[in-house]
Design a protein around this ligand. Structure first.
Ligand SMILES: C[S@@+](CC[C@H](N)C(=O)[O-])C[C@H]1O[C@@H](n2cnc3c(N)ncnc32)[C@H](O)[C@@H]1O
Length: 274
């Protein structure tokens, strides 16, 4: 991606008229940006600017981001591959997917685009981030397949005993009967890259065991998106070595970006063209 927000490759190869540009809502909600030039981008996230079209190929159509989401978002090709794997390996009878920490929508949009799920439920606690996800889903034409919730996923799904008043009972029931859960939790900021082996129990603010034990109360069928250097021995210890867990690395340009732990009754994943 060059300095200016223009993708020559996209423009040159388009036979049809250029995509309709979304008028920018002016002003955007607080904390939401659609940067159009690297000079607008805060210095500490400028290194992510050049990955813009890898993050969202439709960036130029007016994608909204928060500043944190530049390093938190799941890149489009990875999100699409995960969505494809979850669709192929979904346990029998499961037709609803929950993206419980949906960020600006990288995975949520891919799940909706996959066509596998009757409904995508997406939860995000940060209002500005959720505004981005909703807007981005519109750009990808899938907003009508997604139901959004703003709030703490543990409270909304009835997993926080101290905040039972915030539980959405219908959602909890759907999750238990028909749902699978995907969670892309915070990894504690960009510093996770420094760890040779990432300590999943030191993951902030939700250690692996907390995520696993909480979500198991709803469904065993959970996929967690974790750092590529995650300590797999910790997963085996928490899950139990007798239980099947599939670990899949998701790569771009030949190196792993992250891994997913497929916990529960997922079919065997047919891997090949990652
Ligand atoms: C790594 S990001 C998710 C990125 C997302 N997969 C995407 O592609 O945009 C984690 C998100 O979880 C949200 N989050 C953290 N704790 C949460 C909670 N308890 N309930 C709901 N959302 C939460 C954060 O605000 C952040 O946006």
């Amino acid at each position: 991606m060059g300095k200016k927000r223009k993708n020559p490759e996209r423009v040159e190869h388009y036979d049809e008229a250029p995509p309709k540009k979304r008028p920018l809502t002016n002003p955007l909600p607080e904390g939401v940006h659609h940067y159009q030039d690297i000079e607008e981008v805060p210095w500490d996230i400028q290194k992510y600017w050049h990955q813009g079209y890898s993050i969202f190929s439709k960036y130029d159509d007016g994608i909204w981001m928060t500043d944190d989401s530049w390093y938190e978002v799941t890149h489009e090709s990875v999100a699409n591959t995960i969505a494809q794997h979850m669709a192929e390996a979904a346990p029998e009878g499961k037709s609803i997917i929950f993206d419980i920490m949906c960020g600006v929508g990288g995975n949520t949009i891919a799940f909706a685009l996959s066509g596998k799920w009757k409904r995508v439920y997406a939860i995000e606690k940060d209002a500005a981030t959720l505004a981005c996800a909703k807007h981005n889903a519109e750009i990808y034409g899938v907003a009508d397949r997604i139901t959004w919730f703003q709030g703490d996923c543990f409270e909304i799904l009835g997993l926080d005993e101290s905040k039972k008043g915030n539980t959405v009972e219908a959602l909890k029931a759907i999750a238990g009967s028909y749902g699978v859960i995907f969670a892309s939790p915070p990894w504690g900021g960009p510093g996770y890259r420094e760890a040779e082996v990432f300590d999943l129990e030191a993951m902030q603010p939700y250690p692996f065991s907390h995520l696993y034990e909480s979500l198991q109360k709803l469904t065993p069928n959970v996929v967690l998106y974790l750092p590529r250097t995650s300590d797999l021995r910790q997963i085996a210890k928490v899950v139990g070595e007798d239980k099947k867990t599939q670990i899949v690395h998701y790569c771009t340009k030949g190196s792993s970006r992250a891994l997913c732990a497929y916990l529960g009754d997922w079919g065997s994943l047919r891997l090949g063209d990652l």
